[in-house]
Write a protein that binds this ligand. Structure first.
Ligand SMILES: Cc1cc2nc3c(=O)[nH]c(=O)nc-3n(C[C@H](O)[C@H](O)[C@H](O)COP(=O)(O)OP(=O)(O)OC[C@H]3O[C@@H](n4cnc5c(N)ncnc54)[C@H](O)[C@@H]3O)c2cc1C
Ligand code: SF4
Length: 332
């Protein structure tokens, strides 16, 4: 690692002040599970002058229900999300997505804020400096994306605007189904951004002097059925090749409320609004399930080497709908 200054802060205000002082040359450290690896391998486009440890900020570590809103502080750990009885009973998609991330060691340290703001997993971007990097690309001062003509088997099949890296955060996919908002704190106060709008082509909806304070989820429809499925190459610990989160409400046999989010296929999580619309008012049968999967993926534009993700996504959608219709088994 190179040298950097180190600060520990006890409040969001102190953190913001330091971010302002360093003007983009400082990095926040929450659990450090992504940041420390990036610093060790010297992956970041600019090495930070300072690291600001936000772990001591106590009021960012709570999950609470307030006037029907579920508020999750930025420093809530993935293990807390996975194990909380409130999350498992009312927001099982988020609990399951958290449980499917990494190992117990990782989940006991990593935070929701860090998960949402983790860096992309593109192998060109993460190519370490000490073995011949950096590889220049749009995120590192270059003019092109080497993944487009190179090996892009895990990259985006839709929504790429230059950079084809996918959003690596499973929690972002899960939160999309709940229409969650990210609460951003900065020198001028707070603002809220819908989770689907939090990801920009080359970064996040965060200014250099802003940080994520919490995430809140509006109330969900009563008695909805929910499911999260993640397709990975390795079972125990792996990033998603494709993930699907789905929430359905039924009136008799007909779907009254439908929300479908797709993860790991685009630089931001995607809500399949067209597919949701097709489901509403219909019973779930083979024809509808097939149609819905086609609609959900109709806008994809895979690169030459990642078209296989389209078929995986369609299959996951069909599975999730069938499972929610006929049973509520949680898929591990
Ligand atoms: C082996 C392994 C497997 C993994 N598998 C998965 C997986 O399957 N799915 C998945 O989603 N993730 C996966 N991850 C990523 C993991 O979830 C993240 O590393 C972790 O969630 C980051 O949280 P953290 O608190 O450690 O963040 P840190 O490493 O502390 O920070 C990550 C980034 O977010 C910024 N940041 C942190 N907190 C804030 C905040 N409050 N406001 C603004 N910026 C902030 C930091 O400055 C840094 O840039 C995996 C990681 C590893 C190492
Ligand atoms: S996909 Fe994005 S991060 Fe990867 S090489 Fe292309 S521009 Fe860089």
């Amino acid at each position: 690692m190179k040298l950097f200054e180190h600060h520990q802060v006890r409040s969001v205000t102190q953190a913001i002040r330091l971010l302002e002082r360093y003007g983009g040359r400082a990095k926040l450290n929450a659990g450090g599970t992504d940041l420390l690896g990036l610093l060790k391998a010297d992956v970041l486009p600019e090495y930070p002058e300072a690291v600001i440890d936000i772990k001591p900020i106590r009021n960012l570590k709570k999950i609470k229900l307030e006037k029907g809103l579920l508020k999750i502080g930025a420093l809530v750990k993935l293990a807390d999300l996975a194990e909380s009885s409130l999350m498992r009973s009312q927001y099982p998609i988020l609990a399951e997505a958290a449980l499917r991330i990494g190992s117990p060691q990782l989940r006991n340290v990593a935070t929701i804020g860090g998960n949402l703001c983790q860096d992309v997993r593109c192998w060109y971007y993460r190519y370490p400096c000490h073995i011949g990097g950096p590889i220049l690309c749009l995120r590192k001062g270059g003019n092109t994306c080497p993944a487009v003509r190179g090996d892009h088997r895990y990259h985006a099949i839709m929504g790429g605007k230059g950079c084809m890296a996918v959003c690596p955060s499973d929690l972002a996919t899960a939160l999309s189904v709940y229409d969650a908002q990210v609460v951003i704190s900065g020198p001028d106060g707070e603002r809220n951004v819908l989770i689907m709008d939090f990801y920009y082509p080359l970064g996040y909806a965060l200014q250099k002097n802003e940080m994520v304070k919490e995430v809140f989820l509006p109330p969900i429809p009563q008695s909805s059925k929910q499911k999260f499925i993640k397709f990975t190459l390795r079972k125990p610990i792996d990033f998603a090749l494709v993930s699907v989160a789905c929430l359905l409400g039924f009136k008799g046999d007909e779907v009254a409320d439908a929300r479908i989010a797709l993860g790991a296929i685009s630089p931001s999580p995607i809500r399949a609004y067209g597919a949701e619309k097709r489901l509403i008012g219909s019973p779930i049968n083979e024809t509808i399930v097939h149609e819905v999967a086609e609609i959900a993926l109709r806008d994809t534009k895979p690169l030459s080497g990642n078209g296989y993700k389209v078929n995986i996504a369609k299959t996951l959608i069909k599975r999730v709908l069938a499972d929610l219709r006929f049973n509520q088994k949680v898929d591990r």
